[in-house]
Structures are given as C-alpha cells and as structure tokens.
Design a protein around this ligand. Structure first.
Ligand SMILES: Cc1cc2nc3c(=O)[nH]c(=O)nc-3n(C[C@H](O)[C@H](O)[C@H](O)COP(=O)(O)O)c2cc1C
Length: 393
C-alpha cells in the first residue's frame, strides 16, 4: 500500500494526506476556525522572518539535544497533543512509536483514541494533556490514571472558547461509526480505497470514542459526549489552575498562552513550562501568530519557566527561528498528523527526520554548533513583526 512512500517535505506529506483521506477526515485534520486568519498567520509569520547566514568557519558537528520538563530529547521538537488520530488504525500508538524512535516526547490528548497505558508503553516520554472539563473529582481520577500509567508530565490546555463554523465548511463527523453513518460516509470512503483498505485489514472501524475520559469499568464516552461535558463545565479560573497544578506532583505545562500578563500568572501558579500557542489557529480567530508574541513572553518569563511554542511549524528552519527568538523547544501538530495520514508510523518518522534535517542545515548555515547558541541576531526580524499582548500588566 505504501510503496515508495517517502516524502521530501511536510508540504508533500500534506498533499498525500489530502489525496489519501476521505474529504471530511482531511478537513477534520486541517481544522482552523472562522476565516482562518490565525491559521494563515501562524505559517505566514515564519516566512516573514529571515536568516543571517555565515559562509565559513562553520561547525562540523551540530548539537540538537535538549531537555523539556525533565525529559532528554534528541531534537527540540515535541509531538503536540491532538485529538483526531483515528485517521490511522494505530493512531496515537503509531505516533508515540515514531516519537520514541526519533528520541522525542509525545503529548497525548485526553480526546485521543488510544488509552494512555498503550501510548506510554510505546513511548515512556509521554505527557498527558487535559482540558478544564468535568468536576474536580473526575479530573483528579483522570490525572491519577495518567500518573499510574507512567505519564511523565501534565499539559493543561486552556485556550478553547467553543467557536464553531469555518468559512470553508466544517466536516461531517458521525457520533458513532454505525451502519447508518457508514452508508452516509460511503461515497467519500469509496473514493479513497487505500485508506479504507488499511482500516479493513484491522477489522476495526475508526474509533470515535475517548478512552482516557472513561471512569474505571465504564465504557469510553463518544467524542461528542465528551465535548458536551466540556461545554457544560464552568470556565476555568486562575484559582482552578493553581488547584490543578497542586494535584499533579510533577512537571506541568500550561498550553495556550499568548499574553504577557497570562504568562506571568502562569509563573505565579507554579507551572514548569508554558507553550505559547493559539491552538494552531483553531480557537479565537484573529489571535496573532504565536511566533509574533513569543519574543516578549520569552523575555519576560524565560528565565523562570520553560517557554515552548507551537503553531505553524512546518520545517526545521521554523524551529530554529523560534529558538532564536527565545523558545526552548517547539511542538508540532498538523505536520505529524499529515505524516501519519500519509504513511503511518513511518510517515511521522519521516516528518521528524525532515524537521531534524532542516534544523541541522540552518545551524550549519548560521555557524552555530548548538541549538543553545542561537540568538535573535541569527534572524532578520522585519519592523512591526512582534506583538506584545497584555504588556501593561
Ligand atoms: C486536528 C487537531 C486537533 C487538535 N486537538 C488538540 C487537543 O486535543 N488538545 C490540545 O491541547 N491541542 C490540540 N490541538 C492543537 C495542537 O496541539 C497544536 O497546538 C497545534 O496543532 C499547533 O499548530 P500546527 O498544527 O500549526 O503545528 C489540535 C490541533 C489540530 C490541528
């Protein structure tokens, strides 16, 4: 099925994912919200930044290793948690194996299709991601399960405001893949025989349930059932964040920060790390690209907590730009989802190899022997590029 399936760039992985997946499944991966302003800016902003390369006295060897939340990783790129990996029969387990094979950490969404126990078995460097949903007791039970499974850290994602609707149309996703849903889905599925064939071989249907949100002995809620619980939960407060942080006695990341004042509140809440992020442009449309708000935040809190970035990373050069502007590491979302859709575990490894190669080549060009040596002088920042949100706090 996957003859000559190696691809050269993330853009090519995306083309293959689009060709291979049924339309609604591809569209669920693409995501984005409203007009797609933030989605577009996340990628466009990286292209606005340039490099200032040297041509001689370049380092023969480059060091890409670092640590994030206590875990040593072979490159400064982690798997960002995403909730729709049922695009492939092995889903999150394939991604976890690929991340382990390339020496990096895996963020596992609480909306994942595979149980945390299986994912940690495939990659011990797993961080479990949670939203503020349900009551405190159920959140504690979910954390305890992740801890018992061996998760090495917790990611609390806060940036979600239930925006719905995309100008280019939202995909139809069934509540359950039963016979009725399959009949409706059939025309799309039949136009993508390779994808259907892969599922047919497993004798299982794509799993639209969320096993990590189930209570012990209870069936896994459906994706939409869980989403309903989330919508019905009162919005999170900083007091809640402090409470959540206290429940997890290990490394704790807040994901979704884009303002300086919120970054400082995160420090006060005792977090280990933040990811400067706008949920990959899936949340409040019109939020600036995460790379535009990174420099101010990194400058303000980078000496107190680990500052990561996610959103719009499609190549190694993007990673180097983010590190030069103060990120310790980045997390990728769509890039690996497209790799997974295009070629399973090998496709995710392929994406990580592409990104790794790009980082290495940018370091060579910039004359930097280590990712830790990067500084803002390595990049060309056009006037008016950055945004300082919440600077007067
Ligand atoms: C299809 C999809 C599902 C996602 N699901 C989650 C999720 O369950 N939890 C979470 O914290 N972030 C989720 N995200 C956001 C990613 O973790 C990450 O912030 C974003 O994808 C980064 O942008 P990029 O896709 O441009 O790399 C999702 C993103 C996408 C595209």
């Amino acid at each position: 099925m996957f003859g000559n399936s190696w691809f050269e760039t993330v853009a090519e992985a995306q083309r293959r994912a689009r060709k291979r997946l049924p339309r609604s499944v591809y569209s669920a991966l693409l995501a984005g919200s409203e007009k797609g302003v933030t989605y577009d800016d996340n990628v466009a902003a990286f292209a606005e930044l340039g490099f200032a390369p040297h041509v001689a006295d370049l380092p023969a060897k480059r060091d890409l290793t670092t640590t994030v939340m206590g875990q040593e990783i072979a490159l400064p790129v982690l798997i960002s948690p995403t909730g729709v990996q049922a695009v492939h029969p092995d889903g999150e387990v394939a991604v976890a194996r690929a991340a382990a094979a390339r020496g990096t950490a895996m963020g596992l969404s609480s909306f994942a299709s595979k149980p945390v126990e299986e994912v940690v078995a495939a990659n011990p460097r797993t961080f479990f991601q949670m939203y503020w949903m349900g009551d405190r007791d159920s959140m504690v039970r979910r954390m305890e399960r992740a801890r018992a499974a061996g998760a090495k850290g917790l990611i609390a994602t806060l940036d979600w405001s239930f925006s719905n609707g995309r100008d280019w149309g939202s995909p139809w996703i069934p509540e359950r893949l039963n016979l009725k849903a399959m009949v409706r889905f059939a025309p799309q599925g039949l136009s993508r025989p390779g994808w259907l064939f892969d599922y047919a071989r497993t004798r299982r249907l794509p799993d639209l349930t969320t096993p990590n949100l189930a209570d012990a002995g209870q069936p896994a809620p459906t994706f939409f059932g869980a989403y309903g619980e989330w919508m019905g939960t009162p919005p999170v407060t900083w007091e809640d964040v402090r409470w959540m942080r206290e429940q997890w006695d290990g490394p704790f990341m807040l994901k979704g920060i884009c303002r300086l004042d919120d970054a400082k509140r995160a420090v006060d809440a005792g977090v280990t790390a933040i990811s400067v992020s706008n949920h990959g442009g899936n949340n409040l449309d019109g939020t600036p690209a995460s790379i535009r708000v990174l420099p101010g935040i990194a400058q303000a809190v980078g000496d107190q907590i680990e500052v990561l970035l996610d959103g719009g990373v499609r190549r190694g050069g993007d990673v180097v730009k983010a590190l030069a502007l103060g990120a310790r590491a980045v997390m990728i979302g769509r890039a690996y989802l497209w790799g997974l859709a295009a070629n399973g575990q090998a496709g995710v490894e392929n994406v990580l190899d592409i990104v790794r190669g790009g980082i290495d080549s940018a370091l060579l060009g910039l004359g930097r022997a280590s990712i830790h040596d990067l500084t803002p002088d390595d990049v060309v920042i056009p006037p008016g590029f950055t945004r300082a949100l919440g600077a007067d706090f």
